[in-house]
Design a protein around this ligand. Structure first.
Ligand code: APR
Length: 237
């Protein structure tokens, strides 16, 4: 009788949303192969050319709204419910800024790189749900400041969000699973080694070995929409 893991820490990346039609970043033809992140995903880029940055995120926001969750998102939502049903916990930490985990039914999603369907006022800091295009003509619904709204996403050079909660969840996990992430960006890419150091079993689910594949105890390769549901089913989830 295999002991069911009670707290599973799942880290997802762009690969979990790839089959929903949302681009990944470092695959062939990925977003950073077509656009320069230093010109579109940094505070300096936003300060220098806000219209170009806002337009880039408008296109991605429209893509998120037009996309649908895939079987990988659904399997994670079901696993969260089943694990809770037997007194356990699935801590879902995503690097993705889309809302496909939520739309698939996940109740607790920690977006460490922020959320594209939210906008933040640089004047007062208020974060507002935002599904429309975002331009400099938009005013903050809270303070009224015009031209100060940005996507509530984490840019290169900025601190990721919810790091304390993430570290606390990692420390109590019985199992660490990374799905659809290249292991190229820290601190997320370092979590698997932290898990190993804590004696936590680790598994990678990806199309192919990621940059830090050697750090994982186990791996399942294939599209997330197939490999993840199968893996979770093998865990009784
Ligand atoms: N199923 C499973 N894995 C897939 C699939 C798929 N259908 N398609 C692609 N992948 C894998 C790729 O093999 C790759 O390992 O998903 C990973 C995507 O890697 P990246 O494009 O680097 O995306 P990610 O790891 O999420 O990037 C991390 O970098 O630019 C920042 O903020 C951005 O959150 C992002 C962070």
């Amino acid at each position: 009788m295999t002991r069911h893991p009670e707290t599973i820490f799942v880290l997802t990346g762009a690969g979990v949303s790839a089959e929903s039609g949302l681009g990944t970043f470092r695959d062939r033809g990925g977003i950073w192969a077509r656009f320069d992140p230093m010109k579109l995903a940094t505070p300096e880029a936003y300060a220098a050319d806000p219209d170009t940055v806002l337009d880039f995120y408008d296109h991605r926001r429209r893509g998120v709204i037009a996309a649908e969750p895939n079987a990988a998102h659904v399997a994670l939502a079901q696993a969260e419910a089943r694990l809770a049903g037997r007194g356990g916990r699935l801590f879902l930490c995503t690097q993705n800024v889309d809302d496909l985990h939520e739309r698939a039914g996940s109740q607790a999603v920690t977006h460490m790189h922020g959320e594209l369907l939210k906008a933040r006022c640089c004047a007062c800091g208020t974060v507002t749900p935002w599904r429309a295009d975002l331009t400099r003509a938009d005013a903050c619904p809270a303070c009224g400041a015009e031209g100060r709204m940005r996507p509530d996403v984490v840019w290169f050079g900025e601190m990721p969000m919810h790091l304390d909660a993430i570290e606390a969840a990692l420390a109590e996990a019985d199992l660490f699973v990374a799905v659809g992430t290249s292991g190229a960006v820290y601190p997320a890419a370092g979590y698997v080694r932290q898990a190993r150091a804590l004696g936590i079993p680790t598994c990678e689910i990806n199309l192919e070995p990621c940059d830090n594949a050697d750090a994982f105890d186990a791996a399942r390769y294939g599209p997330a929409s197939e490999a993840l549901p199968r893996y979770l089913a093998d865990l009784g989830l």
